[in-house]
Write a protein that binds this ligand. Structure first.
Ligand code: TYD
Length: 253
C-alpha cells in the first residue's frame, strides 16, 4: 500500500490524507508541549487516551445534535475525520477562573464565574495565540458576525454537555478550548466542531480534592500526566482494555 500523504503536523497530532475525498486521518501523538512549545516531553500513552476521549466526547455531542468532524475511530491512535476549513481562532469557554484569566484580571484561581465566559484567541503560535476581541475578528475577516454567533452558541452547547459529563463523574470543568471548521454542503456552509476535545485542552479538577486531572499536571510539574488522563478515562468508562502507559511487563504468578 502506498504511504499516506501527511497533510499537516501540529504539536500533538498529525493529519494524513483520508481514504475518500473530504476526509482526513487524525493521528494522536504522545508529545506534550506547553508555554508555546518551550516545555516539551513525550508522555507514553497520552495519544491513545486522547484519541479515545475525543471520540467519546464528539460521539456524545453528535448524539445531542452538535455537528462535529468525527467520523469513526480507526485504531488506537487514529480517527477518520471530515476535512474542514479551520477558522483561525481558539474558542475558550470558562466556568471557573484559572490560567491566563486569573493572571490577566487578578482573579484567584478557583473563583466561580457569574456565567460562562467565551473568549477568542488568534491561532498564531508566533504571536503566542493572543486574546482578540470580536471587533478584531470581524475587522480582519477571520470570521463573520454570523460565524461568531454560531461559534458562541456551539461553544456553550459543548460547555453544557461537557460540564454535565464531568460533574457526573466527580470532575469540575473549569475551562476548555475548542476549534471549529467550515464545511460546505452544496451552496450552504456551516461550522462544525473540529480538532479534539481532551484533557490536553481542558482544565479538569476533582470535585472533592481539587486535584488537577489535565495538562496543568504537565505545565506545573504536578505528577504523571498519563496517570491523570487515565483517571479521567477510567471515571468516564472509556479506558481502552489493553493499553495505556504500562511501563514494563509484569509477571503474573
Ligand atoms: P488559558 O488559561 O487562556 O491559557 P493557559 O492554558 O496557557 O493558562 O487557557 C484556557 C483553557 O484553554 C485551558 O484549558 C487550556 C485551553 N487552551 C488550549 O488548549 N490551547 C490554547 O492554545 C489556549 C490559548 C488555551
Amino acid at each position: 500500500m502506498a504511504r499516506r500523504k501527511k497533510v499537516y503536523e501540529g504539536k500533538a497530532k498529525i493529519l494524513y490524507e483520508g481514504p475518500e475525498p473530504g476526509t482526513l486521518v487524525q493521528y494522536f501523538k504522545d508529545d506534550a508541549t506547553a508555554f508555546n512549545a518551550q516545555k516539551k516531553d513525550v508522555i507514553e500513552g497520552k495519544g491513545v487516551l486522547n484519541n479515545r476521549l475525543s471520540e467519546f466526547f464528539m460521539t456524545g455531542l453528535a448524539q445531542i445534535g452538535v455537528p462535529t468532524h468525527f467520523l469513526k475511530r480507526l485504531n488506537m491512535r487514529e480517527q477518520l475525520i471530515r476535512s474542514v476549513e479551520i477558522i483561525p481562532l481558539e474558542i475558550i469557554v470558562r466556568n471557573i477562573a484559572a490560567g491566563t484569566l486569573s493572571t490577566r484580571l487578578g482573579l484567584e484561581e478557583g473563583t466561580a464565574l457569574p456565567r460562562p465566559i467565551v473568549e477568542f484567541c488568534l491561532k498564531d503560535d508566533s504571536l503566542g495565540d493572543p486574546l482578540v476581541a470580536e471587533e478584531h475578528i470581524i475587522a480582519f475577516g477571520w470570521a463573520s458576525q454570523q460565524d461568531l454567533d454560531d461559534m458562541v452558541a456551539l461553544a456553550l452547547r459543548v460547555n453544557d454537555f461537557m460540564s454535565g459529563c464531568m460533574m457526573a463523574v466527580g470532575i469540575k470543568l473549569v475551562d476548555f478550548k475548542i476549534e471549529v471548521g467550515r464545511v460546505w454542503e452544496g451552496d450552504y456552509q456551516r461550522l462544525i466542531l473540529a480538532d479534539e476535545i481532551s484533557p490536553d485542552s481542558c482544565r479538569l479538577w476533582d470535585v472533592e480534592t481539587g486535584q488537577k486531572l489535565d495538562k496543568d499536571v504537565f505545565r506545573r510539574d504536578l505528577g504523571n500526566l498519563a496517570d491523570a488522563y487515565t483517571e479521567v478515562a477510567r471515571r468516564l468508562g472509556v479506558l481502552p482494555s489493553n493499553v495505556t502507559h504500562a511501563t514494563k511487563p509484569t509477571l503474573i504468578n
